[in-house]
Design a protein. Sequence first.
Length: 135
Amino acid sequence: MNAQLREVTRHFSALSALVPLRPIRTAGDYKAAVRVMDELLDAGAADERHALADLAATLGELIGDYDAQHHALPEASGAEVLRFLMQQHELRQSDLPEIGSQGVLSEILNGKRELNARQIRALAKRFQAGPNAFL
């Protein structure tokens, strides 16, 4: 193995000890991945310009794959899922400023507008759900 590949291996091993960049196979792996995702999002990685945004996106894909296999949701639009979560958490439109104005949220809930990537990330973080729940 050449020196450059050994260096990459060393860095990847160190990163993998902190961030589970491998398929999630168990509930424990899932819990650890979600914990790390929460930390990444708290650090600002939901912003596409953040240095760790691609890392968060990759981890999100792995979490989403596990969710799809183990936590299958009935077919529902992002707006239906959001409406359900708002009811469960007793939230009003004004309680979700991270989505946009009340007018924007109203359009989403009424099916006149789709959730965008930023809004989906914000909702996934707020409700501790995989982003796929809103797609």
